[in-house]
Design a protein around this ligand. Structure first.
Ligand SMILES: Nc1nc2c(ncn2[C@@H]2O[C@H](COP(=O)(O)OP(=O)(O)OP(=O)(O)O)[C@@H](O)[C@H]2O)c(=O)[nH]1
Length: 938
């Protein structure tokens, strides 16, 4: 970890250390003084925040320029009218007042004005009352003359408009739209003014803060007599928080600007366009229900709505007198806007939050390595190619590469379902939902297993037998906790990526004989980003090398302040192996849950999230749903991701049928029309027809979104050869998985060295472990081929590879892998040896048979175990032996084959190290004549 002090960060940002300390405070990062040392994670977060802060700071500056310009225009208009008869001057002053942007505190209001405003604040109430009285009295007197005056004022306003013509021409098309609206407001204001009493009352005196633009028109010019110094703006309007009409007239483009003001970095911005739409009280309302917190993202609908509103406004303001000229102005305006939208569309990328670096790279059409380098250099973030990023980071990176990132909702799910708010009295306490995270081998699985076994209530038939991705346990006192049985951050982020925030508490497992490791840090930042409290489980304290204090101190370095150090994070010292301290850990979880005051309403239609889903040969599509609110019952119609259905049956984690499941209870749901994705929302609806319609709509939206994405197809070595033969310069991307780190590196090096001027080998990722589904997805996204060395794909990965068309090449000798890739590079691929897997059996028990060796009592998981085939033994996804079957028996009989679902005894020739849990895969190899396939498109 590099040490970065606050003062160094301040120097890097070019601001004071105090300011950095302030920034850190807003991010809940404790740093006492400029010499305080920050962790890498904190530095990275501070950089991201500062980048955002910097942008926010620069935007108002740009915005302020426009008001200044407007002010000048208004002043000019006022000055022009100054020379004209006095009656006109009044209108000009009025107009100038109307044209003056709202002197919002951030719009650069000068200090005296502020002081005046403060001084007057106390008088406001009184003045208001007086003004109201005066206005009421005057209204009666002025009513008769009102119509005549209004007409006159309208004529004057037209004159004023002519006077402002010069200014209008200088302004851009947008300014013209503003002007039209301003004119309309001027007419209204003039009419209103006509109804006001002529003499100034204390209340009628315009406050300087409210109408500063009136001043340039008034000060030195001798006031022409016939017209009394009529108040440009009546005080009641400005003094109170009433809808500030004249100010509103100053920024009719606020709405327009709302849709256009995202021109960060100047993209698409036109000179003279009033960028000032992000100031003034009406700027925000006019920007509509914008998603996201910053309100500066492009919103196509918003822009379109603004165009039509501008058209309406222009039509309303022009009337017959200005019809012809403004019609063409409107057309011009519209054409300019359309061009602008089209230009912006070109640099707009639509992304789902939490897309991976490689997906982002694909959208930005740059190599992923550039993004990795940029994130490291400028944001201080160490990202890997398949790491997911949050929207702020995506937005920053996209803007660096000249794109505007727009958040794309998955299937606009929320808009469709009516959000029923629960009354406080309907809410009842619910169990907490816990996810266990931590570094590899720190003991997550062991802890989950121990809890699962230890907390099974005595007498519960069979205990927890099914792995359904989640289970809930009852403590002796009846309190319950739900555990998501998918340890690791991937499941957590994958669910968050789809908008499902199901976890209430994260248990962070750190091995006491190790230290805080990269994945521990990652887990901390995942939990913090999601705003989920952490409980630390310091594991393996039974080991003599355990040093719990070191773990505590390490965690402090990473912003996790345990209770012992005066923080709020709870921690337990446990041994997942022996069960020591696990009870205390569960107590802490329940304590934390009490603090969180978790509640849900069980008496409503259920909503939940998909934890896991798969296609079961017997049951069809099956999904584990964690009910988040309401109660799910058999027979309920529902919509789930892109699918709909009716609950046919509900199964709990013991495989038992249940009739219903309440909040925070996980259940397996049967009756889906398709397999949803983890994190998909599950919503019970009143009407089956409605569910089907929503599902169809979502499917269409999903298809559209998919086709928008520039998906790259999967490649195979054959494809690569074909294109190599056609003479294209190509890149062969590889994803390497090996049983150990050393061979992975060695293989990567050896393969990369095959690159030459015409062809290049790029290793997109190398890692240790079995080939998993996420490897397939990464390979698909980056157009890579998977090279497995001494590892096997699991069943899910194999299915995914078939589905996605990703090629997996498995090797046991580095030389063979290198030779194959080399042959592919040279366009000389040897006939392919294709492997056909007959079936898989899982070892349930082992027996030592004298003179024969170890026989494994197995259950055939899939396919057929065939005596003729070769057998390989797989332990934890890693191949440990490859040989032939020595004996295959069912009961006492030797058999040729055993089918799925049956039990049998298997002996492997010359291999006695079979263990419970091993998988025996039986296969045969075939030599297949190589065919060149056309490149498949995604
Ligand atoms: N001595 C001791 N060993 C433990 C304890 N908890 C886990 N282990 C061992 O640590 C190793 C890793 O434990 P796992 O539970 O598989 O760790 P994990 O974090 O789930 O690992 P991954 O699934 O690979 O991420 C296993 O060999 C466990 O037996 C413990 O409390 N004490």
């Amino acid at each position: 970890m590099t040490k970065v002090r606050v003062s160094e960060l301040a120097a890097e940002f070019g601001i004071g250390a105090d300011e950095v300390l302030g920034l850190l405070r807003t991010m809940d990062i404790t740093a006492r003084n400029p010499a305080s040392v920050l962790t890498d994670d904190q530095v990275a977060r501070a950089r991201v925040r500062w980048e955002r802060e910097k942008r926010n700071r620069t935007e108002p500056v740009v915005a302020e320029k426009a008001p200044a310009k407007k002010k000048a225009v208004a002043k000019k208009a006022a000055e022009t009218t100054e020379a004209k008869p006095a009656a006109k001057k009044k209108v000009a002053a009025k107009k100038a007042a109307a044209a003056e942007p709202e002197p919002a505190p951030d719009a650069g209001a000068d200090e005296p004005v502020k002081t005046t405003r403060r001084r007057r604040a106390a008088d406001v109430q009184k003045a208001e009352e007086e003004a109201a009285a005066a206005q009421a009295a005057a209204e009666a007197a002025a009513a008769a003359a009102e119509a005549e005056r209004a007409e006159k004022a309208a004529r004057e306003a037209e004159e004023a408009a002519k006077a402002a013509k010069l200014a209008e021409e200088q302004a851009a098309a947008r300014a013209r739209a503003d002007e039209a609206e301003r004119l309309r407001q001027a007419e209204l204001a003039a009419a209103r003014e006509a109804a006001q009493p002529a003499p100034s009352t204390p209340a009628a005196e315009p406050p300087k803060a409210a109408a500063p633009a009136a001043r340039p028109a008034a000060p030195d010019a001798p006031r022409p007599r016939p017209v009394p110094p009529a108040p440009p703006r009546p005080r009641p309007v400005s003094g109170l928080n009433l809808p500030p009409r004249p100010v509103a007239s100053a920024t009719p483009g606020g709405g327009m600007g709302g849709g256009r003001r995202d021109e960060r970095g100047g993209s698409g911005g036109r000179p003279g366009a009033p960028a000032g739409s992000n100031f003034g009280p009406n700027a925000t309302p006019s920007s509509g229900p914008r998603r996201g917190k910053k309100g500066k993202r492009v919103d196509q609908e918003q822009v379109t709505a603004n165009i039509s509103r501008t058209m309406r406004q222009m039509g309303g303001a022009t009337g017959k007198r200005r019809g012809v000229r403004d019609d063409s102005a409107a057309r011009e305006e519209l054409a300019a806007m359309r061009a602008e939208i089209a230009a912006r569309e070109k640099v707009t990328i639509r992304v789902n939050e939490f897309i991976t670096v490689s997906e982002l790279a694909e959208s930005l059409k740059v190599p992923a390595t550039q993004i990795v380098a940029f994130a490291f250099k400028h944001l201080g973030l160490m990202v890997t190619i398949n790491q997911r990023m949050d929207f702020d980071q995506i937005e920053l990176i996209a803007s660096e590469f000249g794109y505007i990132a727009v958040r794309e909702e998955d299937y606009a799910a929320s808009a469709e379902e009516d959000e029923v708010k629960d009354a406080a009295e309907d809410l009842k306490p619910r169990p907490p939902v816990v996810t266990i995270m931590g570094h590899v081998d720190h003991g997550k699985t062991s802890l989950l297993d121990y809890i699962r076994k230890a907390t099974v209530v005595a007498g519960e038939a069979g205990g927890i037998t099914q792995h359904i991705g989640a289970y809930h346990v009852s403590l002796p006192d009846g309190r319950q906790i739900t555990f998501l049985d998918t340890p690791g951050h991937e499941a957590f982020t994958a669910m968050r990526a789809r908008g499902a925030q199901v976890t209430d508490i994260v248990v962070l497992v750190v091995a006491a004989d190790d230290a805080v490791m990269p994945q521990t840090i990652e887990a901390i930042s995942h939990a913090k980003n999601a705003g989920v409290p952490i409980i630390v489980a310091i594991n393996k304290i039974d080991l003599p090398t355990a040093n719990a204090m070191k773990v505590r101190q390490d965690l402090l370095q990473h912003g996790v302040v345990l209770e012992d150090f005066g923080g709020t994070t709870l921690a337990s010292e446990i041994s997942a192996k022996k069960g020591t301290g696990v009870k205390e850990l569960l107590e802490q979880i329940l304590l934390q849950a009490e603090i969180l005051d978790l509640k849900a309403n069980p008496d409503r239609r259920a909503t939940g999230s998909v934890v896991e889903a798969q296609l079961d040969q017997g049951k069809g599509a099956v999904a584990t749903i964690l009910v988040q609110n309401g109660t799910l019952k058999v027979g309920d119609d529902f919509i789930c991701g892109l699918h709909s259905g009716r609950v046919r049956a509900l199964l709990d984690e013991r495989g038992k049928q249940v009739k219903e499941a309440g909040p925070a209870v996980p259940v397996q749901v049967l009756g889906l029309t398709g397999v949803p994705m983890a994190g998909d929302q599950f919503i019970v609806v009143a009407d089956a027809q409605e569910a089907r319609e929503i599902a169809q709509r979502r499917e269409r939206l999903d298809r559209e979104a998919k086709s928008r994405r520039t998906a790259k197809g999967a490649v195979s070595l054959e494809d690569f050869m074909a294109s190599a033969a056609s003479g294209e310069k190509r890149q062969l991307k590889l994803l390497i998985k090996a049983d150990q780190g050393g061979p992975a590196e060695a293989l990567a090096d050896a393969l990369q060295q095959l690159s030459n001027e015409e062809v290049q080998v790029e290793v997109v990722a190398r890692a240790v472990g079995a080939v998993t589904e996420s490897d397939i997805l990464l390979a698909k996204a980056s157009g890579a081929i998977i090279i497995g060395f001494h590892v096997r794909p699991d069943t899910k990965a194999r299915a995914a590879a078939d589905r996605e068309g990703v090629e997996i090449k498995l090797y046991r000798i580095i030389y063979e892998a290198v030779a194959d890739v080399k042959a592919a590079l040279e366009g000389l691929l040897r006939p392919e040896e294709k492997e056909v897997v007959f079936g898989e059996a899982e070892v349930r028990e082992t027996f030592k048979v004298p003179k024969i060796g170890v026989i494994a009592g197995c259950s055939v998981r899939s396919g057929v175990i065939n005596r003729q085939g070769r057998a390989r033994v797989i332990r934890d996804g890693i191949e440990v032996y490859d040989g032939t079957i020595g004996s295959l028996r069912r009961f006492k009989d030797d058999v040729k084959e055993v089918k799925e679902g049956y039990e049998c005894g298997i002996g492997i020739e010359n291999f006695n190290d079979l263990k419970v849990g091993d998988v025996i895969e039986v296969y045969r190899t075939e030599e297949v004549a190589r065919t060149l396939q056309p490149a498949s498109a995604g």
